[in-house]
Design a protein around this ligand. Structure first.
Ligand SMILES: [Fe+2]
Length: 556
């Protein structure tokens, strides 16, 4: 069966193509449109489809829209607010419902030849759940969807067995952990529904001074759900203007909400485990990108294994909806081995692109070794290899790499990316070495969805990647799955004795991650990155020769 999954409601529009149960392509629209998060999550934008990512998924597999057995749309208008003729009621929610219901018409316009009767709606949280249950390969397993909102609910707790989802609890709106965290994000001067990870970073600068108040305000209900009371964030710390410096009270507020969120997740997981007794838990939904909470759940929760969908936000519902419908049509969805499901280019196409850009490039005998040499020389490297990642994390395909031994590289990378200096950058480590250097989180951790403690004897050796609270959000690199990156780490260790490099996403502030070779060249040309490793080729910044360390760099 050929099933195209679509996320078009709210934001992070995306498309995914599943053929005979195998995910052959998945991509977010922002990587094509170069508009961060694709579109605003307002009712008016619901008609807008991920047209470029849909078209690319089909082209990648060489199929026409008419060949699709189904299109899975990750929102069920029948479950949503019903407009009763007045689409302006309830803050235009009726418009969202109307547009979702008309999706077959929009889709058959965007994909000429598609039979509109092939479009199926999948409830938003069923799609999130499927993105974790099927993609994890865990069966049976407990599943938690922790979201801002779906049609009428903000969360789902259930059990999946043999591909069948049993929903055990679903918390109805307005109670929402995701929306509470979004409120806090906006209160702290960041972009709502986008910058939540900045709050998580800020939380580690504070103490949970207001935890008692949040224990009163946010409570589980003993039935698998929870209630969020009327929270006046200003009573804890005044609202921050965008870009304003945060105070200890703001950090304390962030820390208090973060800690309470962790406690609530532990209680929800405890309730689920008591009902099902399963060994494994899988998670999705935007809140499941909270890697600090995920690690707390892994450490202190009742489940032995915890798997989180790397595209846990709404883009992942495109994949989940496709997997769910593939299952309903009789296919057995295969687990997701890698997040590298986006666009890729062969060497010839890359060479052609570099020639068109008229930049000097070379083809070293071993690009992984050439990059390791540059990193050991304290250069910053843009690493563009293979297919791009599905989901918000750079996992060694569209990454910025640097030497973790120099603390100054944290500031340097934040400057390159135009980010706040309190934001951490993350380490990438050879999977078989990770346990020597990190603990307190699951290993392997290939998708950067958990934080780990840096062992004390290593913290001084890799200061650039150690967050203020002594943790790091690691990515473990498996030799079989990521042979090129693994070789780069190995060659870096041969030079420095350290099997770790700094990894952050390849983009500059406010822009989506680099996706195609032209994006890579634009990013390289407009920021002080020393070397671009693109496929087997390297492009050096003028004036930097292989193996040279300038006096200025040595002093840094
Ligand atoms: Fe969602």
């Amino acid at each position: 069966m050929k099933v195209l999954g679509i996320n078009a409601v709210f934001h992070d529009p995306a498309a995914a193509l599943v053929i005979d149960g195998v995910t052959v392509a998945a991509a977010e629209e922002e990587r094509f449109s170069r508009r961060k998060h694709g579109k605003p999550p307002v009712a008016f934008s619901t008609w807008e489809l991920p047209e470029q990512s849909m078209a690319w998924c089909l082209a990648e597999a060489g199929i026409e829209p008419a060949a699709l057995d189904a299109v899975a749309y990750s929102y069920e208008p029948d479950l949503a607010f019903q407009p009763n003729g007045d689409i302006t009621a309830a803050e235009w929610e009726g418009l969202r419902t109307l547009y979702a219901r008309r999706a077959p018409l929009f889709l058959s316009t965007a994909l000429p030849g598609l039979d509109p009767d092939r479009v199926r709606w999948v409830p938003h949280h069923v799609a999130h759940a499927a993105s974790a249950t099927f993609a994890s390969g865990f069966d049976p397993c407990g599943v938690l969807v922790l979201d801002g909102r779906g049609e009428r609910a903000s969360h789902l707790a259930g059990r999946s067995s043999g591909g069948t989802l049993e929903i055990l609890a679903a918390q109805r709106l307005p109670h929402s952990l995701g929306l509470l965290y979004e409120e806090l994000t906006a209160h702290l001067g960041f972009r709502r529904s986008s910058d939540e990870y900045k709050v998580m970073a800020m939380a580690s600068y504070g103490e949970p001074e207001f935890i008692d108040a949040f224990r009163d305000l946010v409570r589980t209900d003993g039935r698998g759900g929870f209630a969020v009371g009327d929270v006046d964030l200003s009573s804890f710390a005044p609202a921050l203007a965008p870009g304003a410096e945060f105070t200890p009270r703001h950090a304390a507020l962030a820390c208090s909400v973060q800690r309470r969120l962790e406690e609530i997740l532990l209680e929800l997981a405890g309730w689920l485990h008591a009902r099902t007794g399963d060994r494994d838990l899988v998670m999705a939904g935007g809140v499941a990108l909270n890697c600090v909470a995920n690690s707390r759940l892994w450490r202190d929760g009742p489940f032995e294994r915890v798997w989180v969908q790397p595209a846990a936000g709404d883009s992942g519902t495109a994949l989940g909806a496709a997997l769910q419908v593939a299952h309903e049509l009789g296919d057995a969805p295969a687990p997701m081995e890698s997040a590298a499901l986006g666009r890729g280019w062969d060497d010839t196409a890359l060479a052609r692109r570099l020639a068109t850009a008229d930049v000097a490039f070379e083809r070293p005998a071993d690009v992984a070794d050439a990059v390791a040499e540059a990193l050991a020389d304290n250069q910053v490297v843009a690493w563009f290899q293979g297919r791009s990642e599905f989901g918000p994390r750079a996992l060694g395909h569209r990454s910025l790499l640097a030497d973790p031994r120099r603390h100054g590289n944290l500031e340097k990378l934040n400057d390159i990316k135009g980010r706040e200096q309190f934001r951490p950058v993350a380490p990438m480590v050879l999977a078989e070495r990770a346990g020597e250097i990190f603990d307190g989180g699951p290993i392997p951790s290939p998708f950067m969805l958990f934080t780990h403690r840096v062992r004390p004897d290593w913290a001084e050796r890799i200061p650039a990647v150690v967050h203020v609270d002594g943790t790091a959000r690691i990515q473990t690199v498996d030799r079989e799955q990521e042979p090129l990156m693994a070789r780069c780490l190995e060659r870096f260790e041969a030079r420095t004795g350290v099997p770790v490099v700094v990894n952050t996403s390849l983009n500059t502030a406010g822009r989506p991650m680099v996706d195609d070779p032209r994006d890579a060249l634009e990013c390289f040309g407009s920021s002080p990155v020393d070397l671009l490793a693109i496929g087997p080729f390297v492009v050096r910044r003028a004036g930097i020769a292989a193996g040279s360390e300038s006096a200025e760099r040595a002093a840094a």
